[in-house]
Ligand binder design. Structure first.
Ligand SMILES: C[S@@+](CC[C@H](N)C(=O)[O-])C[C@H]1O[C@@H](n2cnc3c(N)ncnc32)[C@H](O)[C@@H]1O
Length: 269
């Protein structure tokens, strides 16, 4: 068994890991993640304290699946891309997407998170783990900048300050010749309400960055262009939620400030 001593923002990676594993174990899941299932079995941690319900696990799986599809779609168009997966936590995207060896893939997170990753998941050709915070410019020097880049950040940017998010995006667009950046973003309202979420309360994590309008980022980071946006309440898999939940999502979808609480954004540069 692997002992873990993660707290606050780092501890939240156990909630998303558990969500993927729990959903993967259901019948006919949106997303299969056997490595997440194995990792949950090997980690010595009270996952019950996170109070993840089946609908929370489904929400995680839908977000993961959407970002997996966007990643795979990008790699089909750019088969020799460099992928940088920021705030990877214990996510197994590289194994699920399973890119060809022509793709160079880098997973970036704090050193203690990466050392846990190394104990849980196998090495693979073309795949490198970097133990540095996403906000540390040092990781950019470890990633060759000779090819277009795909930066994926899931469940990460909301933990940073607005200034850290803008600096990070400016560094990426300053270093690579071209590329795409895909991530999930919460609205400012959702960031405020996040403190009532059981997993956030249990870990003591603080969410900071909210985005109400995608144009805020194109104004702050001049090279960025918005390529697509998808509201959480619009993804096809919402059919999987129980009826009451779907009814609430349908109402949300009609009211813009509620609709934008969560979305997946794709920018190009
Ligand atoms: C909710 S978890 C998401 C992990 C993973 N992307 C997933 O979906 O399972 C938040 C992640 O952000 C990471 N994180 C938070 N602040 C960070 C920072 N400044 N630099 C790097 N990683 C950070 C945490 O270590 C954690 O892995």
């Amino acid at each position: 068994m692997e002992k873990v001593h993660l707290t606050k923002e780092k501890e939240t990676l156990l909630a998303t890991l558990y969500g993927r594993a729990a959903h993967s174990r259901t019948e006919n899941p949106v997303l299969r993640d056997p490595l997440a299932e194995q990792a949950v079995d090997r980690i010595d941690y009270d996952f019950g304290k996170l109070r993840m319900r089946a609908t929370d696990a489904l929400s995680v799986a839908i977000r993961v699946k959407t970002l997996d599809n966007l990643t795979a779609g990008h790699l089909a168009r750019v088969p020799d891309a460099t992928v940088v997966h920021l705030g990877c936590g214990l996510d197994t995207r590289v194994y699920r997407v399973d890119p060809p060896e022509t793709v160079r893939w880098f997973d970036v997170d704090f050193p203690d998170v990466i050392s846990l990753r190394e104990r849980l998941f196998p090495p693979r050709p073309g795949y490198t783990m970097i133990g540095l915070p996403a906000t540390d410019p040092g990781w950019l020097e470890l990633v060759p900048a000779d090819r277009p880049v795909l930066v994926v950040a899931e469940g990460l940017l909301m933990y940073l300050t607005t200034e850290e998010v803008h600096d990070l995006l400016r560094r990426v667009t300053g270093r690579f010749p071209s590329g795409e950046i895909i991530f999930d973003a919460l609205s400012r309202l959702a960031v405020k309400l996040s403190r009532f979420q059981p997993a956030i309360r249990a870990t003591g994590a603080t969410l900071r960055w909210g985005l109400d309008d995608p144009a805020e980022l194109t104004a702050a980071v001049p090279r960025l262009r918005l390529a697509s946006e998808l509201f959480f309440s619009d993804v096809p898999e919402v059919e999987r939620f129980p009826a009451g939940y779907r009814a609430a999502l349908a109402v949300m979808n009609r009211i813009y400030f509620l609709r934008r609480v969560g979305r997946i954004l794709r920018y190009r540069f």
